[in-house]
Structure formats: C-alpha cells, structure tokens
Write a protein that binds this ligand. Structure first.
Ligand code: HAM
Length: 419
C-alpha cells in the first residue's frame, strides 16, 4: 500500500455513514424545533482569532493547533473549535442588526493535534450550538435541556450532567488569587507545565492530566465559594430551571473547561463509558468574547457535541439495520437486461430504491447479490417472461412470488412498493 490516512484522521466508511447521518439529521430536526438556524463557517481562520478567543495558554492553542502560513505569510489555523468563528461571523456580517438574539448551529470537522486514542482524533466533528444576545439564565437551561433531549431522542440516556459556574470577571479575580496562593504551597510538586501555568493562568492547572497535579487540585478552593451576588443568583436560577425541567445533574465545582472564554455557567455531559474521553458534549457561557473581538457588548452561551463519541455509543448500544433497496431487477438475456436498465432508472426517478447487476450474471448469482443487499423484492424477467408479457415479483422475506404485467411495469411497481 502506497498511502495511508494521516495519523488521527479517519475515513468514515459507507457502513458507518448511516449512523452519522442519523445523528446529524436528528440534531437538525431538534434544533429547528427550538428555533436555531444553521450557519456554515470556514475551516481556516486567522490563527490569532483562536489565540485571542480560546486563550494563548490553553492546551488547544499552545499545543494542539494546526497552523500554517499562506503564500503571503499570513498565519492561519485549521479551526480547533467553532465558537470563535461563529462570533467572528456574527460581528463581521452584523447579524445583530434587526433582532439581537441569534440562535445558531453549525456542524463540521475540527482539528486538534492531540494524542489519538479511543474517542480522540486529530480531525473530529462537532455539532456546535450558540445563543448570542441573551444573558440567561433561561437560555442556559434551554441549551442544556436541548442537549439532553437530543441524546434521549437517539436512545442514549446513561449520562452524567455536570454543571458549574465560573463567575464573572469581578468574582474571578479573588478566586484566582486564592487559587494561586493554594497552588504556591505545592509549587515544587506541580509538573513543569503547571508551574508555567501558575505564572500565566492558574485556572488552567485544572486541565492538567498529570496524576500528581490532579491530586493537588482535588483540594483546591472552589469557585462557587467566590461567586458575587449576581453570579450566585444566575446559577441558582439555572439550577432551579433544570429541576423544573426534570433534569438530573451534579454540581461539579472543578469543571473549569479547557477554554479561557467561559464566564458563569459551564456544563459537560459525560458518559460512564469510554474511560478518559468521557465528555460527549460540553459548553458554557462566554459573556465577554464578543466585546473582546470588537463587537457589541453582547452575552452568549453555547455547547458542542463530539460526534465521534456519540456515534461510538450508538454503534455499541442502539442496533440499526441498514435499509436495502426496495427492488432488485434480475434480468436474464440481453433483451431483458436492456429493458431492465431503462426500467431501473425510471423506478429510481419514481422514488424507489432500485438496484441491478450490470455484469450479465446467472439467476442464482443475482439472487445471492439481492440477498446481500437486503432487497425487499426481486423482479425476475427472462425470455419466457418477455414472451408472456409478465415478470415474476418475488418477496425476499416471505419468498412468495406473483406475476406482474410488463406493459405498465414501472407505475405498477411504484404503486405496490412506495412507502
Ligand atoms: P470542547 O469541550 O473543547 O468545547 O469540545 C466539545 C466536545 O468535542 C467534547 O466534549 C468532545 O466530545 C469533543 N471533542 C473535543 N476534542 C476532541 C477530539 N480530539 N476527538 C474527538 N472528540 C473531541 C468546545 O469546543 C467549545 N467550543 C464548545 C462551546 C460552544 N462552548 C461554547 N460554545
């Protein structure tokens, strides 16, 4: 073999695509019910957009971004997430003109140079949703409700919903100071990365995957003890609405999320399976990003679902059979083959999933192929059938056979088989 896919980049093969389509179409169906509109954004952006939005000191920006220079020396990045691009587009196209609240979703590939493992790829796909322009807390709760409804409509219910509040800039300052002085006590035990994080942004120590740092962070001060009155009220209301919507959740005060833009509510949906890569969706509020990007002072909140992880859960838990063709044409002899070729295209135009083997095979081989494709019915037409003007229509499940006139064949088959 001369070429293999790049490490961490995977093909989605025909037998897998059915599940992918199901996830995406269910997302679109539900988001439309909730009033969200699709936006499509580019895969490449200026690298600075992500550095500024997600944060220079985050793992995503400092270690995982695919960056490149174009021929004019502009530094670009393959998007590692969608939020920064959606906000850029909202400002660039002045989507706030008219009605300032915009509910948007986008679906597509993201790129992060992480160590590939189960549930973690370098090219992965997100279903990403944002509400721009509403300060919440109803929007916060609606989004969380919508994700959980999406999962349950796919037949997936075994999740833990974690929620937290990261406060606003006003209450984050004192927390950060307290956290720094706590971590100072353990400075020598922290990994070299976290020692650097102490200088740049001690909150990022929460993202560390090194066990000793995890142990230290377990007893760190909790952000929730530092929330100002407004942030406390906001978080209380979010929790109240979630209860009214009958959602089970746990408050996890260490849920910091790996992106710098978050303020107030953050949340993550975790599966009990998949080991370390257990987050199937995550998000939160980011009330300062729009202003940071030079747009209006507008609050926002959103989340992203990791499609690979959802597909994996569905493949393991929800049995889904691929649908076969409605009709398989099995002609014998040149005249029947040529007639069938034309019928085949007309049947497809008429809305029937129709198949035929072009390689002039015997009846046995054609029946085997129809079986493999899981065809509902097979139409057998040989010389005798042409003379009689009647084909044989065989049901592949009951094995029952009936005769069917050939003069008005296409209309007759459509009448019989259309679902
Ligand atoms: P995130 O937590 O970085 O958030 O990613 C969201 C989800 O994408 C994760 O929970 C996970 O399911 C999936 N994911 C992330 N990295 C990988 C990977 N390497 N391989 C497979 N799946 C992965 C964000 O990206 C935010 N932009 C979400 C958001 C939207 N916040 C506000 N609005």
């Amino acid at each position: 073999m001369l070429y293999k896919a790049v490490k961490g980049f995977k093909d989605i093969l025909p037998y897998q695509v059915g599940t992918w389509n199901r996830v995406e179409s269910e997302a679109k169906r539900i988001f439309e019910l909730f009033g969200y509109r699709e936006i499509r954004i580019p895969v490449l952006e200026k690298a600075e957009l992500f550095a500024r939005g997600i944060g220079q000191d985050t793992d995503i920006v400092s270690k995982e971004m695919y960056t490149l220079e174009d021929r004019k020396g502009n530094r670009l990045a393959m998007r590692p997430e969608a939020t920064a691009s959606v906000i850029r587009a909202y400002i660039e196209h002045k989507l706030y003109k008219g009605y300032p609240v915009q509910k948007l979703f986008t679906i597509g590939p993201m790129f992060r140079y992480e160590r590939p493992q189960k549930g973690r790829r370098r090219q992965f796909h997100q279903i990403n949703v944002e509400i721009i322009g509403d300060p919440g807390p109803k929007s916060d709760s609606e989004l969380i409700f919508m994700i959980m409804y999406f999962f349950s409509s796919l037949g997936l219910n075994d999740f833990i919903l974690n929620v937290n509040s990261l406060g606003c800039l006003k209450c984050r300052g004192p927390f950060r100071a307290e956290l720094r002085s706590y971590l100072d006590r353990y400075f020598v035990q922290l990994c070299p990365d976290c020692q650097k994080r102490m200088e740049t942004n001690p909150l990022r120590v929460f993202d560390c995957k090194v066990e000793t740092c995890n142990q230290i962070i377990k007893d760190a001060p909790s952000m929730l003890d530092f929330l100002c009155n407004d942030c406390t009220n906001h978080f209380d209301s979010v929790r109240l609405y979630l209860k009214q919507l009958d959602l089970d959740f746990v408050v996890n005060s260490y849920l910091m999320r790996g992106l710098d833009y978050y303020t107030r509510t953050t949340f993550e949906v975790q599966t009990k399976e998949m080991g370390a890569q257990n987050a199937v969706a995550g998000g939160g509020r980011y009330d300062n990003l729009m202003k940071e990007f030079g747009g209006p002072d507008s609050p926002a909140i959103g989340f992203a679902i990791g499609v690979e992880r959802v597909v994996e859960l569905l493949e393991e838990h929800v049995v889904q059979e691929e649908e076969g063709p409605d009709i398989f044409l099995a002609p014998l002899g040149k005249e029947a083959e040529d007639k069938s070729f034309v019928w085949l295209q007309e049947l497809r135009k008429g809305g029937l999933r129709s198949e035929m083997e072009y390689r002039s095979l015997g009846l046995k081989a054609q029946m085997r192929h129809a079986d493999r494709l899981r065809a509902r019915k097979v139409l057998i037409v040989g010389e005798d059938e042409l003379i009689k003007g009647k084909g044989i229509l065989r049901d592949m499940v009951s094995k029952e056979q009936i005769e069917i006139p050939l003069d008005n064949l296409v209309d007759e088959l459509i009448r019989l088989l259309i679902r």
